[in-house]
Structure formats: structure tokens, C-alpha cells
Design a protein around this ligand. Sequence first.
Ligand code: 3H9
Length: 647
Amino acid sequence: MSVVTIARQGDIATVTVDNPPVNALGLALRQGLWDAVAELDADPSVRAVVLICAGRTFIAGADVTEFGKPPVEPHLPDLVARIEAATTPWVAAIHGSALGGGFEVALGCRFRVALPDAFVGLPEVTLGIIPGAGGTVRTPRLCGVETAVEMATSGKPLRAPKALAAGLIDAVIEGDLLDGAVAFAVEAIEKPLPLPVSAREVTAPDAAFWTDAEKAVTKAAKGAAAPARALAAIRKAAEAPFTEAMDFERETFMELRGTEQAAALRAVFFAERAAPRPVALREVEPAPLRKVAVIGGGTMGAGIIAALRDAGLPVTLIEQDDAAVERGLANVAKVFDGGVKRGKLSEAQAQALKDGVTGSTVYAALADADMVIEAVFEEISVKRAVFARLGEVCRPDAVLATNTSYLDPRAIAEDLPNSDRFIGLHFFSPANVMKLLEIVPTPETSARTLATGFALGRMLKKIPVQSGICEGFIGNRILKRYRAAAEGLVRRGVPIADIDAAMRGYGLAMGPFEAQDLGGLDIAYLQREGARASGQSVPETLGDILVRAGRKGQKTSGGWYDYVAGDRKPQVSTAVAELLAAQIRPDAAMTAAEIAQTLVAEMAAEGQAILDESIAASPADIDLVKIHGYGFPRWRGGPMFANRARG
Ligand code: 3H9
């Protein structure tokens, strides 16, 4: 079947694009649209053309799978120009999303109309590139430079009403999109036509605007190259003639397309889309998830409840006594009240989210739950007791999950009958914000239970990654190696502050030591002590020395750094230097790049060990874990990608 079909309603022609899944502009579609313009231009009975798409969305952009290959004609900028130069006006009728090249095609049309819940945007920077078919040149001609800069440098799309207010679209269509677009076209051709977008004026802001914008864009980009290049392209569009700006944009696009950052971001793009639907589970029916319960209303439990409520699920919270139920509900309420404060939720929305949580101290309330997620204190005996109770009260087909970051799920489920319905789900705090969900099946876990874990991940819009059982699973195991390697550098005389600065420079929000100071050094210390008490040989770490000296991080006004009361800014500590002096044998002077390279290589080496032990299914899964759970810079592709790219 052809990806482009033409139909006629009186003197209005309809061009329908049908290129699943997202109508991406692969060669067949570009050619199909090119031919459609030629055919309709040759038909004098046609007075306007409505361009509409079948399926879930308008054209979602260029076909990203083609980016590794040489471009083939017709090129997208030529196609957009061809549509713009058509003898009859084209009207883009947008549902779903008109993104990147899809929005650029819409910009070639004389008019754009959209359903109220449609989006338009230029997300190219999220793929390490800039628009390559006039997005940076035509957009400011429609909505002004400021909005264009915001769109093209952030990559964030605008919903139709906002797009209308900004001048990016001409009408919001209530009701049937095709009928509405045809009616719009019929009316529009009775009036003088507006100029094609390329022929419109753009007002150039003064030099100060660009200086400020460059500062802001570079800061927000945290090392990603594309946003500043998108800004430069818009500046060119504002200051140079149309064709010169188009050439500049195209050159930049072609250059960025071949960079390592773009390759990394493309790899992450596809990995993120593959993760929620593992091939091995495609044929497995998950359990239905209508009623979910959470045991424990502490920080983690409350975050999980908030995530479940955001996905529209009613939740039962079980706590030990009435006071704990109250505290748990208050913790949940705090999350939603925060949403109101930040302007993300209305009071009424927050209330409705809160109302969907029922607190109880009675396990019998779980008799009809489809899934129960345990999020109690990270202590094996406490967790085991919870699952023994759940085994008594829950339906035998209810999926029972433990949220644990370090404990062995097999030991937690030891006393649970029908342990094929049991699974580990490692959420990351705050659980309603962090995208990563490590899914940890035991050898007994059934395919249905595993598929349910992934189904939950999809419902919560998380990035679910399966992990085998080992200490710390994928993410914390690599974190441990990374921290140990960072301590190794300190032992070799590399200053703590240099290591943190190097990792910030690499693109992480924080270096390894300042991050420990924020989270507290005592949790990992207690784990090591626990392991030592159980007879394991765990070498003394530098962190142990600090904790024993009372330095547990910011909460004790000192950890790896000193802190002045009321200030989170780390200050280099002479006390730490003294405490650690005997451990340090300086033999290394390292540049920031060498520090980062060493530590990333260590992460990747642990990742490789994890792969060799079949704990993770692929390097891409490991990269997703580090990007979505640990702040590894997305544009570096994750430690496995970055280390491989270095060769
Ligand atoms: C661009 O346009 C450059 C131009 O300026 C210049 C050119 C010269 N290509 O996300 P989903 C696949 S750059 C190829 O789960 P949703 C995706 O891999 C592009 N494939 O759907 C998945 O495949 P599978 C700018 C693509 O309903 C399937 O479609 N555009 C593309 O949750 C479903 O994807 C963008 O960056 C693509 N462009 O969300 C938009 N997009 O089923 C990127 C998706 O095999 N796309 N696929 O796993 C999106 O943001 C979302 O897909 C969208 C739908 C919101 C449209």
C-alpha cells in the first residue's frame, strides 16, 4: 500500500499519509509527498490541499533510522520548499505530534490547524542535531525569535492552544479534524492568502539578547553541543537572508548528524523505546493492574504511591498502626502539595490524587489487590515477615513485589507460597520522579509476573530494565565500583575537589564525593559493617575512616568536605586531609579528562562484568540504568557507549 493517498472533496484535495508507526519521513514518504505536490499542481480543479495523517500522530519527524546513512533525494528541505511553492495552498491538519521534520513540513504549508491535544515542536537537540529542513529559519518568522529559541534549544513541544497563541498554528479544531480542516480550507481560499512563511519578516533582537541567550542555553545544555548550535542557526535566520540562513542550518545539521553526541543520543532514543517491551515477553499476557497496594508509607513508599496515582491507579497503603498510616498519607500529600506549589497541579487535581489513596492497618484489605509493592525498612527479617502475611491474605494470582536496593529477593520470598508471582522492583528516589525501574526476577518468577513488572513500568512511564540478582543489582553495583575507583584516585594523591570537578565537567550533576556528602556516607558504611560482621572480608575504605570520625556528610556538617551552617557549598577540608594523610601515596597528577576517562572506564569494566555474568541483557540496558538512575549525561550515551566510543 502506498504511504501517500490522494482524495478529493469538491475542489479540496486531501493528502493522507499512512506510514506507521509514527509517519516518519523516510524516503518513500518524501517521494510520495513530492509526487503528490506534482499531481495536485497539475490539476486545475483543486483549490486547496489538506495534509492529514493516519494512525496515532501527524508526521513525527525525519526517520531517525536513516541518520547513519547518506541522504537520498528528495531531500527534506527541498520537499518543504516544494510544498510551500505549490500552486494551491496546503493546510497541515495536525493530530498527535508534528515534530522536527514533521513540523517543518507543516511550516511549508500555507496554514496549520490542530486538534486541542496535539503538539508541535522541534525536538532535534534531544537527538544531538538541529532542525535540518528550515525549522530554525521558518519558525522565528511565525512566532518571533524568542519563542523559536525556546523551542529549538530546549526541544520541548508546545500544546496546540499555546502554539495558537504563539502564532505557530492558525486554528484549533474541535471535533473531527478532517472535517474541520476542510472547512478551514474552504473559508481560507475565499480570502487573500497570507505570504508563505519563508517570505515573512523576522525582527532581529539586539546583540545583548544573543549574549544572554547563549549564556542561558549553554548553562542548561550541561555539555550537550546542539542547543548552542540551534541558537546560532536562529540568529543567522534573524540576521541573514532566508537562503543564506537555510544553507547555514543545513551545514550545521549535516555536521552534527555525524558527531559522537548525535550517535549517543540516537542510541539512547532507541534503547529507551525498546526497554519497556522486551522481545522475550512480547507474547506474554501480564496480570491486569486495577488495584495496587503499597506496604510502607515512608519516603520510598509515598513516592511509589504518588507514581501509581499519577498513572490513575487507586492505591491502598498498609502501615503498622494508625499513626503510621497518618504519617504515610501525609508523606503522599506532601508530594502532591509540592506539585501545586510548582504550578504542575491545581488544588482540585492534587485533592483527587490524594483521595485515591486509602490507608489501612489491616492486611485483609489486600484480598482483592492485583499487585502489592512492599516498601518497608531495608531489613531482611522485616521484609520476610511482610511477605509471609501477604502469602496468607492475597489472591494466589496477585503479583507481589519487593522494593529493595541491596537485599537478595530470593531470601525475602523464602516463606512465600507460590513464589512464581514474586518479583523485585527497585524504584529510585523520588520514586514519582526518577525514570529508572530495575526489575529483578528470581529463578522462580513466572514470565507472567515478569511481564507484569514491565507492564507496571509502562503504566508509570518508567524506563524498566531487567537485572539479575547480585549485590546492588546493575546500578548500585556500578556505583560501588565507581566510588571505589574515585577513592583509589584520592589514595594516589588526586585532590577530592579535582575529582568532583572533573566529573561535573564530564556532565554529571555532581562528582562522587559531593554526591556522597548529600546522600550521607553512613548507609554504605553500615552495609560494609554488616558484611564484615557476617564474616565477609571488606577492605577498609576512606569513607569508613570519615564516618568513624563522625563525618557522615552534609547532615553532620562535614563528610568529604566541610560545610558552613545553612550552606550546601562544599569547602575543601583540612580535617579530611589530616584524617586521610596516612592513606595517601601521591603518584599521580591527572588532568580532568584523565580523571573522567579513568572513572568511566571503571564503570564500563564493571558493566562488562555484569554482562559476562548475564546480570544485564545488553550494554544499552546498562547505559539506561546509569542515565536514568544516576545522572550520567545522556548525550554521552551512558558509560558503555562512551567507553566503546573512545575505542
Ligand atoms: C528530524 O526530524 C530532523 C529534521 O529536522 C531534519 C531532517 C533533514 N524515526 O515513541 P514511541 C519509532 S529529527 C524513526 O514509542 P509514542 C520508535 O522507535 C526527528 N522511528 O511512540 C518506536 O518503534 P518500535 C525529530 C521513530 O506514541 C515507534 O516509532 N522527531 C521515530 O509513545 C513508536 O515510538 C522526534 O524526535 C522517528 N523519528 O510517541 C520525534 N519516532 O515500535 C521522536 C518514533 O519499533 N518521536 N519512532 O519500538 C517521538 O517523540 C514519539 O515517537 C512520538 C510518539 C511522540 C511521536
